[in-house]
Design a protein around this ligand. Structure first.
Ligand code: NAI
Length: 214
């Protein structure tokens, strides 16, 4: 597959949605689809879909459309979810427990290898197959197991100290729920910030606009 040199993040951000739709078709045993059919199901234009897929080379064939299982495999490769990056989770509170207990990390390109908390009362408790480990021992763990990514489920006030430590131990990739702006202090990190509040505010906006229009 011929990959273009630069693929915009807006295209990359649409790929998980394509993958979700295509995986469902795949699970239902469907093998062929077209940009027209996908556009009807997904509410995007057919030309947008063709343009997006063309960024990564020739996925489809004229007159045949797209082979769904192959397309799923190609998107997995592009997103890197066909590999298993070892990761750790810091903060086994409400949010951390939910993520460690319910996320299918394997399907998303990661393997959760350790869950840490600074509260000794939580250390030793289980979340699914994970025993909560003492954050005090994080450096030895990182040295031995070399996690590539850390999921931050700690309060904003604790985040700058924790990131300073993790960064100095070599962790340079973060899935960040802490509301602390990591890239301001560490421009070389790879980070995906998650703010559920933002999504809710957008929902509120959409609702307000609908109500005003009625
Ligand atoms: P929580 O209080 O239940 O859990 C936080 C955990 O972090 C606790 O178990 C605590 O012992 C641990 N912790 C605190 N300081 C630590 C340190 N220095 N070292 C190691 N462990 C430490 O809080 P919850 O509800 O799980 O939320 C966690 C954070 O995530 C909060 O700051 C909250 O604002 C944020 N959050 C963000 C969301 C988002 O969309 N980005 C959504 C929900 C929560």
């Amino acid at each position: 597959m011929q990959k273009k040199e630069h693929v915009s993040m807006s295209v990359i951000r649409r790929l998980p949605r394509y993958y979700r739709f295509l995986s469902e078709l795949n699970r239902n045993g469907e093998t062929r689809t077209s940009s027209k059919e996908l556009s009807e199901r997904m509410g995007l234009t057919a030309s947008q879909i063709r343009q997006d897929f063309n960024c990564f080379g020739e996925f489809g064939q004229q007159g045949y459309g797209y082979h769904i299982p192959q397309l799923c495999i190609e998107i997995e490769k592009i997103l890197g979810i066909d590999t298993k990056h070892p990761c750790i989770l810091i903060g086994a509170g409400n949010l951390g427990r939910t993520l460690a207990g319910h996320m299918d990390f394997h399907a998303l390109g990661f393997e959760l290898i350790g869950v840490f908390d600074g509260n000794e009362a939580l250390v030793g408790q289980n979340i699914r197959s994970h025993k909560i480990l003492n954050y005090r021992n994080i450096q030895d763990f990182i040295r031995a197991r070399q996690p590539e990514m850390a999921i931050l489920c700690i309060p904003r006030a604790a985040a700058d100290t924790i990131v300073r430590e993790l960064y100095s131990f070599g962790v340079k990739t973060y899935w960040n729920f802490s509301h602390y702006d990591i890239s301001m202090d560490y421009p070389d990190v790879v980070v995906e910030n998650v703010h559920l509040n933002d999504s809710m505010m957008i929902l509120s906006y959409k609702l307000s606009v609908t109500e005003t229009a009625e």
